[in-house]
Design a protein around this ligand. Structure first.
Ligand code: TXA
Ligand code: MG
Length: 349
């Protein structure tokens, strides 16, 4: 900590984006500077194509603890290891069923995370004591450059306080964790916008643990039918998949179609799936209505989901009504996030 402060004070790079904020442009110099922090056992936030991550050297348990502390994340929720090249798998995992290479070839770099038997050199703190480690190779030049220059695999969950909405811009990270992180690298808005799809690859079968940025249908073209284990209980296979993950502070209620609402409160906001102007919203201020995709494109809707929820969550309203999206392709990941956001209140959290 002392080291990080002294470094930041003495060598603060010139191209910090805002005064009084920890957001830095993704220049080569700044990425090198972030890599120094990682190598010295610190944490930094960096962009990926899915959401912003909060990273540390996975092989340094004391550094990994800092991630849990900054996020107030329970230690039973394991992290994802990020690698720059497929070869990085060999430092982390023991067994490579042939399926792993086929999946890596088709989907890496990209939003696919594979859970595999871990090497004993991977600290238990990063995997919550599980015998497996989750690995992904992100499709973002800044993330991969950071991993490469750091010379290690980077353990990184999403850079949000535990249980809250994931960040898809550097400003989201700054707003919620800015005072706890020495450096946030700005790589623009995340293009995929929902977290990676997580699968567990075993001999003979592949299990879906979390729907995400790669459609299940696409993965199944390689694996055949996935075994579904995404039930939103405290499933020990996916300890992070608590029923109330990804929650805004406001109450969120899913409605199949905004047109189905017959009465609405005055202090409500609305998240529409696609462009429509229902009579029920006639007197609602325009600023209280957000749209996921003009044309109903699910990839565009996924890219917008967290940014729109962050926006609506800051309005002076009590309830956010979110319209359901079709449960196909990336629509499954969107519905998974909306369902979990809505459960926080159903379960009295
Ligand atoms: O797109 C993403 O996956 C983003 C970016 C930053 O890469 N990361 C992300 O991490 O979403 P996080 O921490 O929010 O979600 C990681 C989840 C855990 O909550 C857990 O459900 C699952 O990955 N996971 C990690 N290791 C696992 C393991 N060994 N077995 C089963 N599930 C695991
Ligand atoms: Mg997360």
């Amino acid at each position: 900590m002392v080291y990080i402060f002294s470094v930041l004070l003495s060598q603060r790079p010139p191209d910090r984006i805002h005064r009084n904020m920890n957001i830095y442009k993704a220049t080569r110099a700044n990425i090198g500077f972030a890599a120094d922090i990682i190598r010295e056992g610190g944490i930094v936030s960096f962009p990926t194509e899915t959401v912003y991550g909060l990273g540390a050297d996975i092989f340094n348990p004391e550094a990994v603890v800092k991630i849990f502390a900054a996020k107030e994340r329970p230690f039973f929720d394991p992290l994802i290891a990020h690698i720059a090249e497929p070869e990085g798998l060999h430092d982390l995992t023991e067994l490579h069923p042939a399926m792993v290479s086929r999946l890596a070839e088709k989907f890496w770099p990209g939003p696919l995370t594979m859970v595999l038997p871990k090497k004993s050199s991977v600290p238990d703190i990063a995997t919550s004591g599980l015998p497996t480690v989750a690995v992904r190779m992100p499709d973002h030049p800044v993330a991969r450059e950071l991993i490469r220059v750091s010379g290690t695999a980077i353990a990184a969950p999403s850079a949000n306080p535990f249980g809250y909405l994931s960040p898809t811009s550097a400003e989201h990270v700054e707003r919620y964790l800015g005072d706890r992180i020495p450096m946030i690298i700005d790589g623009g808005t995340c293009t995929v916008g929902v977290e990676s799809t997580i699968i567990k690859v075993e001999e003979g079968r592949t299990i879906l643990l979390r729907p995400g940025g790669i459609a299940i249908e696409d993965i199944e073209t390689v694996t055949g039918p996935l075994v579904h284990e995404t039930n939103d209980t405290n499933n020990p296979e996916a300890p992070g998949q608590l029923p109330w993950h990804y929650s805004p502070e406001k109450r969120l209620q899913i409605v199949p179609d905004i047109n189905d609402l017959t009465t609405i409160e005055n202090d409500a906001a609305f998240l529409l799936y696609k462009k429509k102007s229902p009579a029920i919203l006639r007197n609602v201020p325009e600023a209280h209505i957000a749209l996921l995709s003009e044309s109903g494109d699910l990839a565009e809707a996924a890219a917008n989901i967290f940014a729109k929820l962050h926006y609506l969550d800051r309005l002076p309203v009590k309830t956010i009504y979110a319209e359901a999206v079709p449960e196909e392709g990336l629509g499954r990941a969107i519905m998974d996030r909306l369902l979990k956001a809505s459960k926080k209140y159903q379960s009295g959290e």
